[in-house]
Design a protein around this ligand. Structure first.
Ligand code: MN3
Length: 307
C-alpha cells in the first residue's frame, strides 16, 4: 500500500517565460527510457516480485523505499513541464472564437511550432507519459530478473544513465524552473546511485563506489545541485514509510564514496511544498455556459413553440 501526500518534494521557481520546446526536452526525464517513470516502475516491480524477502530484508527494504521516493520524482518533473507550458499559448487568443476571421491567427495556431503537439492536442498544455520525442513510456523499460545481483547491477546502470540524461537536459534548457528541478534530482539520483553501489558492495564485496562518479563530472559543478549538497542532502536517505523499511540503514551507512561524508537515514520524508495552482485552460475546461450556444437553442425552442 502507498500513503500519498498532497505536496511536491521541493518548491520550484516560476519559469522566466513559457517554453514549450524546453518542456518537450524535459519530457525525457519523465517518460524516457532512463526517466523517472522507468526508475519508479523498475523498483516497484522488483520490490513486488522480490523472493526471499525475509532472508534478504535490507535489500528488499532499500529497493521498496527508493521506489516510493521515485513517485515524488515523477511529481517534480511533471510540475516542471506544466509550469513551462503554462502561458505557452496566449490566453487572450484562447478566449476568442475557435473560427477566427480577418486573417487573425487561430487560437492555438502558435502551438504548431512546438516540438510536441500532444501537449496541445492530447492534454490541456500539461505533461504526458512520453519521452522527448513524444513516444509513449513502455513496460519494456522495466527489468525485473529475479536475480538480486543482476537487478542491483541494472539499477546502478539505470541511475547512471538517468544521471547522464539529466545533465544533457540541464545543458539544453536554461530555464530556472527546469534547472532547479534537475539540480535537486541530480542529488537525489546520486543518492540512489550510491545506494545501489553500496548494496552491490554489501552483497559481493566488490568496491563498486570506486567507479563513481559516472559520468565523470561532480554534482558540485551544477549550482542548483551544489546548494543541496552543501546542506548534506546527498548523504541522506529518506525513509518513505511511517513504520516500515527500517533495515535500509544496514546498507546506507559509512562514508560517501565521493566526498567521504557520513551517510545517514532520516526517519522522515522531505518537508516539500504545495503544488502550484495552475490557471484553467481557457476553452476546454471552462464549466461555464457558452452564450452563443444558449442563443442557438433559444431560437430552436421558439421555432418549436410557434409550430
Ligand atoms: Mn529519481
Amino acid at each position: 500500500m502507498i500513503l500519498k501526500i498532497d505536496r511536491i518534494p521541493l518548491e520550484l521557481p516560476e519559469p522566466d517565460a513559457p517554453n514549450p520546446n524546453a518542456a518537450a526536452a524535459v519530457q525525457e526525464l519523465l517518460g524516457g527510457k532512463f526517466g523517472e517513470m522507468s526508475t519508479l516502475m523498475n523498483y516497484t516491480f522488483q520490490s513486488f516480485n522480490f523472493r526471499g524477502r525475509n532472508r534478504l530484508r535490507p535489500f528488499y527494504d532499500l529497493i521498496s523505499n527508493i521506489a516510493a521516493e521515485e513517485y515524488s520524482h515523477i511529481e517534480m518533473v511533471t510540475v516542471t513541464i506544466n509550469l513551462l507550458l503554462t502561458g505557452a499559448t496566449k490566453r487572450a487568443d484562447r478566449n476568442k472564437a475557435p473560427a477566427k476571421k480577418n486573417g487573425d491567427p487561430a487560437p492555438l495556431e502558435s502551438a504548431t511550432d512546438a516540438r510536441n503537439s500532444y501537449h496541445f492536442i492530447a492534454s490541456g498544455q500539461t505533461a504526458l507519459p512520453v519521452d522527448s520525442q513524444g513516444r509513449a513510456w513502455t513496460g519494456d523499460n522495466v527489468f525485473s530478473s529475479g536475480n538480486l545481483k543482476l537487478d542491483l547491477l541494472h539499477n546502478f546502470f539505470l541511475e547512471c544513465g538517468a544521471r547522464a540524461n539529466k545533465m544533457r537536459v540541464y545543458e539544453m534548457v536554461s530555464d530556472p524552473t527546469a534547472r532547479a528541478m534537475v539540480g535537486f534530482l541530480l542529488v537525489r539520483g546520486g543518492v540512489h546511485i550510491v545506494a545501489y553501489a553500496k548494496a552491490l558492495e554489501n552483497l559481493t564485496g566488490v568496491p563498486v563506489g570506486g567507479l563513481l562518479p559516472i559520468p565523470d563530472v561532480s554534482n558540485k559543478k551544477f549550482p542548483e545541485a551544489r546548494i543541496h549538497e552543501e546542506k548534506g542532502l546527498h548523504t541522506k536517505l529518506f525513509r518513505f514509510s511511517p513504520a516500515d523499511y527500517t533495515r535500509v540503514g544496514e546498507i546506507w551507512n559509512g562514508p560517501h564514496p565521493e566526498d567521504g561524508k557520513e551517510l545517514t537515514v532520516l526517519d522522515e520524508i522531505p518537508q516539500g511544498a504545495p503544488w502550484p495552482d495552475l490557471d484553467e485552460e481557457p476553452q476546454l475546461s471552462a464549466p461555464g455556459v457558452d452564450p452563443d450556444m444558449i442563443k442557438h437553442f433559444a431560437k430552436k425552442m421558439d421555432f418549436a413553440a410557434a409550430a
